[in-house]
Design a protein around this ligand. Structure first.
Ligand SMILES: Nc1ncnc2c1ncn2[C@@H]1O[C@H](COP(=O)(O)OP(=O)(O)OP(=O)(O)O)[C@@H](O)[C@H]1O
Ligand SMILES: [Mg+2]
Length: 315
């Protein structure tokens, strides 16, 4: 990030006009409202260097995009100086089962859709019922080498849930990108700062477990080379955000068996294999249910007893 910036010579008039247009009768009032010295505001308005945070704050107050008016000069190169490539995706479970029929399609979407072509941030949503494996699929994509190469400036991850605490999540992203000086006081300013940090970066922003569009929207902070990958149970979110939606369903029977085998850490043969297949079918090949069943078998519960219990629950 540049340490200081100045307004480009050909933009000074535009910036001065923006002062009155945005309801500040004078430089002095602007300085008072922003809590800066008059000399600092005057420096900004006359094309002299001010520190980066001040430049960004004044641009925000004056409804200006700092990238359009900044004299970047040699500073353009220094935007990357403190940048730290993030990788926030959690580790994949040891019993992870590949689901290529889904991951390949999504991977193609991520690698071929470009926000810089469409001029709007491309959003992909994985939509499906609870526990079908949406987050795990998003995570598998984040671990894919081609996806990592495409989003070479890193992968950010935020898990929202029903009542997310948005500001700390956004502020966490700021710090993960290597900026420890920014004080995240409100959502709007933090989003704006993240846009600044990410404007020339190719980062995948994973927004996991979104329950309403407004929450998810706060994380659409990427620049032209970023993309957003959302997981959600709510189909309406994807629609409201104009996301390309991918519907995920339960596992294939053979994938369910692979999950059970991997979770148990041993092959299933003979009668046990048949019992496991029956159980997988009776839980509807839902990954979470399979995982819980395997955990019970590890705890010495019999397949037949499990199946009996399940039938009792359904009846
Ligand atoms: N491909 C997979 N391989 C192994 N385990 C999986 C796989 N997909 C899902 N699971 C397991 O099933 C459980 C549910 O998966 P996950 O959390 O991804 O579902 P989800 O659709 O995101 O659920 P929710 O709607 O609650 O967010 C997890 O414990 C996960 O480890
Ligand atoms: Mg999830």
């Amino acid at each position: 990030m540049p340490r200081s910036l100045k307004v480009r010579g050909d933009c000074i008039e535009k910036v001065k006009l923006a002062v009155r247009r945005n309801g500040f009768p004078s430089q002095k009032i602007l300085a008072q409202e922003v809590g800066l010295a008059l000399a600092t505001v005057s420096n900004f308005l006359t094309g002299k260097s001010v520190d980066f945070a001040t430049f960004e704050e004044l641009c925000q107050r004056l409804a200006l995009d700092w990238r359009e008016i900044a004299d970047l000069g040699d500073e353009a190169a220094s935007v990357a100086i403190n940048y730290r490539v993030p990788f926030q995706a959690p580790p994949l479970p040891s019993y992870y089962v590949d689901r290529p029929e889904h991951s390949q399609i999504l991977k193609t979407w991520l690698l071929t859709n470009s926000s810089s072509n469409t001029k709007t941030l491309v959003i992909t949503a994985i939509h499906g019922l609870g526990s079908v494996g949406k987050s795990t699929l998003a995570n598998a994509l984040a671990h894919d080498k081609d996806v990592q190469a495409h989003f070479r400036d890193g992968i950010l991850w935020a898990t929202l849930g029903q009542q997310p605490d948005i500001l700390p999540l956004l502020s966490g992203w700021v710090q993960t990108l290597g900026d420890y000086n920014f004080r995240a006081t409100n959502i709007e300013a933090t989003c704006s700062h993240l846009r600044t940090l990410l404007y020339d970066k190719a980062v995948l922003l994973v927004v996991d477990d979104a329950w309403n569009p407004e929450d998810a929207r706060a994380f659409n902070v990427g620049g032209g080379r970023c993309q957003v990958l959302i997981t959600t149970r709510e189909g309406a979110i994807a629609q409201v955000l104009g996301a390309n939606t991918y519907s995920l369903d339960v596992m294939k029977p053979e994938q369910a068996m692979e999950l059970l085998t991997k979770k148990l850490g041993r092959d299933l043969v003979g009668t046990e294999c048949q019992e496991a297949q029956d159980l997988a079918a009776s839980v509807g090949y839902l990954p979470l249910a399979l995982e819980l069943a395997a955990a019970q078998v590890i705890d010495s519960t019999d397949w037949a007893v499990l199946l009996q219990d399940l039938k009792g629950e359904i009846a």
